[in-house]
Write a protein that binds this ligand. Structure first.
Ligand SMILES: [Zn+2]
Ligand SMILES: [Zn+2]
Length: 378
C-alpha cells in the first residue's frame, strides 16, 4: 500500500483523544461516508474503508499502544488483509454492533427481517362535539391474527415443529462479501424470520397467522385535533411464529360543523343580527360546543364584523381541564323581503335619518370627503 495517512488524522482526533472521543468522531464520520449514503461514490467508499481501518486500531487499547510506538509498521506483514488490516474483522468485531446501533432500523427493513407483525392503518371520522368531549369508537380492521389450528406456531406439531433456521442460525439475515464490504441481506432460507416450520399447518399454510376482521375499541381523547394519529401498540397484525404483533394506527379526522368553526382551542360562531337589533342593542342566545346555551349582550350600534369573546366557552384542551374561548362574530343582515308596514316604517325612518343634519352622512365622514374630492377637481 502507498502512503498511509495517520490514523488520528483520519479520524480527526488528537493523539491524546480519549476512547470516547475517538468513538464519537468515528461514528460521525462513518455515518457521513457510509456507502448506503453515498451510492456509487468511490471516493466515499475509500474514505469509509480508511475510517474503519483507523478505528479498528485506535479503539483497541493494545493496538493503539502498538501504533503509537511503531506506527503502521506495527500492523504490516503477519498475513493479515490489505494494508495489514484484517478485513474479516469487519463482521466479527465490534463494528457489527455499531452498525446495528447506527443503521439498525435501516438495515433491518432492508433485510426484510420480520421483528414484529405489520403495522396497520385505519381511519375514523368523528364530529366536532365528539372531538370536544372525547369518544370511544369501534374501528373495524382486516388484520392477521394468530392461527387457532396451530396456536400461531405455523406447524401441525406445534412449537416443536418450529426450528431455528439452519442457514442463518436464527438471525434472519446473512452476511455476504461484496468487494471490500460485508453486506447483510435477508436469509433466503427463512425469508428473514429466523425460523423454519416443519410439517406446516394447513389452515395458515405455515404462516402462523390468518386474516380476520376485528373490531377494536379506540379511546379518542377530548380536545383531539383533525389529522391526529393514535397508536395502539400491539393491535396490528400478528407476527406469526412467536414474533410480536405490530401496531395499529388510527387516523382521526374531525368533520365540519354546521355552526362552529374551530381554531386550536378557540371556537368561532357566526351569528346574524337584524338591522334594528344591531342599531338598538339586544340580547341573543347562542349555542355552546358543550351543548349548553349562553346569552350574549349586543350593544346598540353594533356593526357587521364585530366580535364578542366568551371566555372559557371554547374547545377542550388536550390532556387538560382547560378550555379555550368562543368568539361570536356578528353579521348585520339587510331584510330582502318587506311587508307593506315594514316598508312604511323604513321609509319613515329614512326620511327622519335624511333630516338629521348632525348625524347625516352628507355632513360627516365619507360623503364629506367625496364633496371635497369633486370641489378640489373643479
Ligand atoms: Zn396454523
Ligand atoms: Zn434463515
Amino acid at each position: 500500500m502507498a502512503t498511509q495517512l495517520d490514523y488520528y488524522e483520519i479520524l480527526e482526533v488528537t493523539r491524546t483523544a480519549s476512547a470516547e472521543e475517538i468513538k464519537k468522531s468515528y461514528r460521525k464520520m462513518a455515518m457521513k461516508f457510509h456507502p448506503d449514503r453515498n451510492p456509487g461514490d468511490d471516493a466515499a467508499e475509500a474514505k469509509f474503508k480508511e475510517i474503519n481501518q483507523a478505528y479498528d486500531v485506535l479503539k483497541d487499547e493494545q493496538k493503539r499502544a502498538a501504533y503509537d510506538r511503531f506506527g503502521h509498521a506495527a500492523f504490516e506483514g503477519g498475513g493479515a488483509g490489505p494494508g495489514g488490516f484484517d478485513f474479516n474483522g469487519f463482521g466479527g468485531g465490534g463494528l457489527g454492533d455499531i452498525f446495528e446501533q447506527m443503521f439498525g432500523d435501516m438495515m433491518g427493513r432492508r433485510g426484510g427481517q420480520a421483528r414484529s407483525g405489520n403495522d396497520i392503518q385505519t381511519h375514523v371520522e368523528i364530529t366536532l362535539e365528539e372531538a370536544f368531549a372525547g369518544v370511544e369508537k369501534d374501528v373495524r380492521v382486516i388484520t392477521r391474527v394468530a392461527c387457532d389450528t396451530c396456536h400461531g406456531t405455523g406447524s401441525n406439531s406445534g412449537a416443536a415443529g418450529v426450528e431455528t433456521c439452519p442457514s442463518c442460525h436464527g438471525a434472519g439475515k446473512v452476511r455476504a462479501q461484496q468487494g471490500f464490504f460485508v453486506v447483510e441481506r435477508a436469509c433466503p432460507t427463512c425469508h428473514g424470520a429466523g425460523r423454519v416450520v416443519k410439517d406446516p399447518c394447513k389452515a395458515c399454510r405455515g404462516e402462523g397467522t390468518v386474516e380476520q376482521e376485528r373490531t377494536i375499541k379506540v379511546q379518542i381523547p377530548a380536545g383531539v385535533e383533525d389529522g391526529t394519529r393514535i397508536r395502539l401498540t400491539g393491535e396490528g397484525e400478528a407476527g406469526g411464529n412467536g414474533v410480536p404483533p405490530g401496531d395499529l394506527y388510527v387516523h382521526v379526522s374531525v368533520s365540519e360543523h354546521s355552526i362552529f368553526q374551530r381554531d386550536g382551542a378557540n371556537v368561532y360562531c357566526r351569528v346574524p343580527l337584524r338591522m334594528a337589533q344591531a342599531a338598538l342593542g339586544t340580547e341573543i342566545e347562542v349555542p355552546v360546543i358543550d351543548g349548553s346555551r349562553t346569552i350574549v349582550k349586543i350593544p346598540a350600534g353594533t356593526q357587521t364584523g364585530a366580535h364578542f369573546r366568551l371566555r372559557g366557552k371554547g374547545f377542550s384542551v388536550l390532556r387538560s381541564s382547560a378550555r379555550g374561548d368562543m368568539y361570536i362574530q356578528v353579521t348585520v343582515e339587510t331584510p330582502q323581503v318587506l311587508t307593506k308596514r315594514q316598508r312604511e316604517l323604513l321609509e319613515e325612518f329614512e326620511k327622519e335619518a335624511g333630516e338629521d343634519i348632525k348625524h347625516s352622512p352628507e355632513h360627516t365622514g365619507f360623503f364629506r370627503r367625496v364633496r371635497d374630492f369633486f370641489e378640489g377637481s373643479e
